[in-house]
Write a protein of this length. Structure first.
Lengths: 330, 255
């Protein structure tokens, strides 16, 4: 699971992000992408393309690893064998996705260690939703269903992108995420059709998670030359609002079908435009959380930092001075 | 041969202790998810945890066929004194060296245990034992590789050595004899904890020595017994409270 890559609207990148690139190579690169070719690690690529991809894949990898924490706390509490085994397997998949994505990002020259360091020092971001607590078992069910559903919307789009190693990783990730979604849906169905206590539990969780889910796709994109270029290069595959709309279209009816409600009176589909209308979530909150002031930011990073510190002696013991780091190729 | 009540009691006792061991060590190993020293170890410990919990479920199902409650009820409603796991498996995960050494000792014992049970006269147990062997093979392989490679670094080797010394009495506690040893052997159900312990020592001692570790003398160590009779460390009940927290909200509900 993960959230759409967050492009900081305050980040004023000079319009001429391609100014220093060789025009002939750039034209060739762009025509390959337009023709649907995949760019591979040894191919020529503009510096900005590489930079954005590293940032995006790395952010995605961190999201998988941090995302394992809120759900992971429920592995030891899962009610019954069926849920316990399924949740273990699901969270294990997420860690596996992190591993796969770190490898994909490594093909662009940044080592896993460097990415991990940037995560624990707070330099790199990860999806905002994981800075919220999973208070009850029902929260873990809502996460597994709806956050994973949102992730699939983003990832399916991104798997049609232009960078080969990332697309291949996403193909595999999407296949696994679709099982997570089934698990999450099944779990929510059991709660929503269960005892009054179970039902209240899942409704509460849904109320809590609605704003983070709306935030998940990111703020409405500002039109800029920068994002137009990233779209042309198939780094960014759709606007945040398009992704959000696609998600609402697929899942709001399913949520309502279960007799559950959503905490937004204005939420409805405009049949004329075919788009969903809703109360804008509070983007100030989103900004606060992304900048480290969410309910769990400090705790998440502290856990990661401790894991890194505790495991250092193991990694040190594995390192052979005679062996050199080699960037993976695909 | 016709089983007497004592044979059936002995078989149930055997099944309970094996199933409880597997459930609790599986639960403990799953706690590494998200916290391992390298991502690959998070994934490995999670894989093994899933195998262990899955194996415990298969054994609780055999117990259910023998008239015990269904697996969810058995696993999620008992208190610590009703559990028959060894104290080894209930200890907290500690740091990686502790979990690795425990995993090494436990899995070699389980590999031999299910090897022995592959010829038991109890057919459903024989079937699962054969299946488990295929899974446990990878668990011992994993433990062996890590014990070996960490033995090649001075600092890591010292840590592992001191953990071996600390864990060893608990590891010997796995072989606490039951009151049905004679019945189990006589009926061809299981050759017994003493035979298992001897085979295990013959396996793990030379292995550890070949990796450069020393192993305490089993004859001079007092094993941490008690687990098989429901006497546990202070760590088991909190584990169970956590494990059953959601289930206990409404044990009659479908989760």
């Amino acid at each position: 699971m993960y959230g759409n890559a967050y492009v900081d609207p305050e980040n004023k990148i000079v319009n001429s992000i391609t100014a220093n690139e060789d025009p002939i190579k750039l034209a060739e690169f762009e025509s390959r992408i337009a023709a649907g070719d995949k760019i591979e690690p040894m191919d020529w690529m503009p510096a900005e393309y590489k930079k954005q991809l590293v940032r995006m894949i790395e952010q995605h990898a961190h999201s998988e690893i941090i995302g394992a924490l809120p759900e992971g706390t429920w592995i030891t509490r899962a009610p019954g064998f069926r849920r316990k085994l399924a949740l273990m397997a699901k969270v294990q998949d997420e860690i596996g996705h992190g591993q796969l994505l770190y490898s994909a990002a490594e093909t662009l020259g940044k080592s896993r260690e460097a990415m991990t360091n940037d995560l624990i020092t707070g330099k790199s971001k990860y999806s905002n939703v994981f800075n919220y607590p999973a208070k009850t078992w029902a929260d873990s069910a809502v996460i597994a269903w709806l956050i994973d559903a949102g992730a699939i919307v983003n990832q399916l789009a991104n798997s049609k992108g232009s960078y080969g190693p990332y697309c291949r990783a996403l193909d595999r990730i999407c296949a696994e995420e679709s099982f997570h979604l089934k698990y999450g849906h099944d779990n929510v169905v059991f709660l929503a059709t269960g005892t009054p206590v179970q039902r209240a539990m899942v409704q509460d969780a849904l109320n809590r998670w609605w704003e983070p889910i709306m935030h998940f796709f990111g703020p409405p994109d500002k039109e800029s030359i920068h994002s137009a270029t990233l779209m042309r290069w198939k780094v960014k595959m759709g606007s945040n609002d398009d992704m959000r709309n696609m998600f609402l279209d697929m899942y709001v009816p399913k949520i309502w079908d279960l007799g559950l409600t959503l905490p937004d009176e204005n939420l409805h589909k405009n049949e004329e435009t075919g788009r969903w209308e809703y109360t804008e979530p509070n983007w100030e909150v989103f900004k606060q959380v992304i900048n480290g002031n969410g309910p769990c930011n400090k705790e998440r990073l502290a856990v990661r930092r401790k894991a890194e510190e505790n495991g250092r002696w193991v990694r040190k013991a594995l390192a052979k001075p005679s062996e050199k780091y080699v960037t993976p190729l695909s | 041969m016709e089983f007497t009540d004592k044979h059936v009691q002995g078989l149930k006792d055997l099944l309970y202790k094996m199933a409880d061991d597997l459930l609790i060590i599986g639960h403990r190993n799953s706690e590494w998810t998200g916290l391992g020293p390298v991502l690959e170890e998070d994934i490995a410990f999670s894989s093994m945890a899933q195998d262990k919990v899955g194996q415990s479920l298969a054994l609780y199902e055999i117990l259910h066929q023998l008239g015990e409650s269904d697996p969810d009820t058995v696993a999620f409603t008992r208190n610590a004194p009703q559990f028959h796991c060894s104290q080894l498996v209930e200890l907290p995960i500690g740091e990686y060296d502790f979990s690795l050494v425990r995993h090494f000792f436990f899995d070699h014992a389980d590999a031999i245990r299910f090897d022995m049970l592959a010829t038991t006269v109890v057919e459903p147990l024989q079937m699962v034992a054969k299946k488990f062997r295929g899974e446990i093979k990878y668990h011992t392989m994993h433990a062996d590789i890590w014990m070996k490679q960490l033995g090649e670094s001075e600092e890591a080797k010292m840590r592992i050595q001191s953990t071996i010394n600390e864990v060893f009495p608990y590891a010997l506690g796995m072989f606490e004899p039951s009151e049905f040893e004679a019945e189990l052997q006589e009926a061809g159900i299981f050759d017994g904890e003493f035979a298992l312990r001897e085979k295990w020592l013959n396996k793990v001692v030379p292995l550890l020595e070949s990796y450069g570790y020393s192993v305490p003398n089993a004859e001079t160590i007092i094993p941490e017994f008690g687990g098989r009779k429901g006497q546990h460390t202070e760590h088991l009940q909190p584990l169970l409270d956590e494990m059953t927290e959601v289930f206990a909200i409404d044990p009659g509900a479908d989760w």
